[in-house]
Design a protein around this ligand. Structure first.
Ligand code: NAD
Length: 296
């Protein structure tokens, strides 16, 4: 079986590439960080010097990169994927980026007689490691059908959302709602505790009442309400305030382009911008918004 190309071996991509190796695929990979590349080499991947080398060696390519600007450069720079991509290749971008960036790259890839799908994920680092990610895929039906078996080596659920860019739309809407919900739960928990309620009791009432949501029953931001999650481990690990700020920013761009008002999404973006610059909160899990509200 031919090799899979992988660019971006960070918190998510390293686990995803490792799952491809574990499930019998050979991997040709690149990351700008030599330490990340060396770690995957130790697990059996072939490491190359540029994204162009990945595209020259493989016809199925996965990218898992931090933001739109970096995805654009990995495709478009002189040593990028588009420089060497072979006709008939399939490109899967699992980064969370602007819908417009996905659509632009898809058309550049089409000019090379190749296919592109956007396939952002939910499930976090734990899901990437366990191979249980959910992929939200945008692309033509035949390209989705082609991508699905590969995605199933890295995830449990693969959903076709529609044309190119709709995977990003689904991801951006979900994460905007997540940010709003987390702030709402943090506000309610802080208020209730300051009104004299026991945190675990308040959480259990919310979780059997109409205020229940993922941020209250699975990822409660108050320390020790739920053991083992980042809020109970000084907000270390998990989903950082910087990534949440980025995703809420993508929602704001989308809201402007689609002319769909998102007043709470906008407020959530402003709050997480403050957190992502604050020395006490910038490197912490996004549940830390509870500490910000508690102390202000
Ligand atoms: P990360 O910062 O840990 O990893 C990104 C990797 O890309 C790093 O190893 C970095 O060295 C590499 N990189 C940067 N520029 C590069 C370039 N020009 N060429 C090659 N490699 C380059 O980020 P992550 O947590 O793995 O997230 C990746 C994407 O997945 C982001 O878009 C993020 O929003 C999304 N995401 C993350 C999570 C999460 O919980 N971390 C969950 C869902 C989605």
């Amino acid at each position: 079986m031919s090799s899979v190309g992988f660019v971006g071996l960070g918190c998510m991509g390293s686990h995803m590439a490792r799952n491809l190796l574990k499930r019998g695929r050979q991997v040709v990979a690149f990351d700008v960080d030599p330490k990340r590349a060396a770690e995957l080499k130790a697990d059996g991947a072939e490491i190359v010097k540029h994204p162009a080398d990945v595209a020259a060696a493989t016809k199925e390519l996965v990218t898992m990169l931090p933001n739109s600007a970096i995805v654009r450069s990995v495709y478009k720079e002189s040593n990028g994927i588009l420089a060497t991509i072979r006709a008939g290749s399939l490109c899967i971008d699992s980064s969370t980026i602007d819908q417009s960036a996905s659509i632009e790259i898809a058309s550049l890839v089409a000019e090379k007689q190749s296919a592109y799908v956007d396939a952002p994920v939910s499930g976090g680092v734990g899901g990437a490691q366990a191979g249980t990610l959910t992929f939200m895929v945008g692309g033509d039906q035949p390209h989705f059908d082609q991508a699905k078996p590969l995605l199933e080596l890295m995830g449990k659920t693969v959903v076709h959302c529609g044309a190119v860019g709709t995977g990003q739309a689904a991801k951006i809407c979900n994460n905007m709602l997540l940010g709003i919900q987390m702030i709402g739960v943090a506000e309610a928990m802080n208020l209730g505790i300051k009104m004299g309620l026991d945190p675990k009791l308040l959480a259990s009432i919310i979780n059997t009442s109409s205020g229940r949501c993922w941020s209250s029953d699975t990822y409660n931001p108050v320390p020790n309400v739920i053991e083992g999650i980042p809020p109970s481990k000084n907000y270390v690990g998990g989903f950082g305030t910087t990534l949440m700020t980025k995703d809420l920013g993508l929602a704001q761009t989308a809201s402007t382009e689609a002319k769909a008002p998102t007043p709470l999404g906008s407020l959530a973006h402003q709050l997480y911008q403050i957190l992502s610059k604050h020395p006490d909160f910038k490197d912490k899990d996004f549940g830390v918004v509870y500490q910000f509200l508690k102390n202000n």
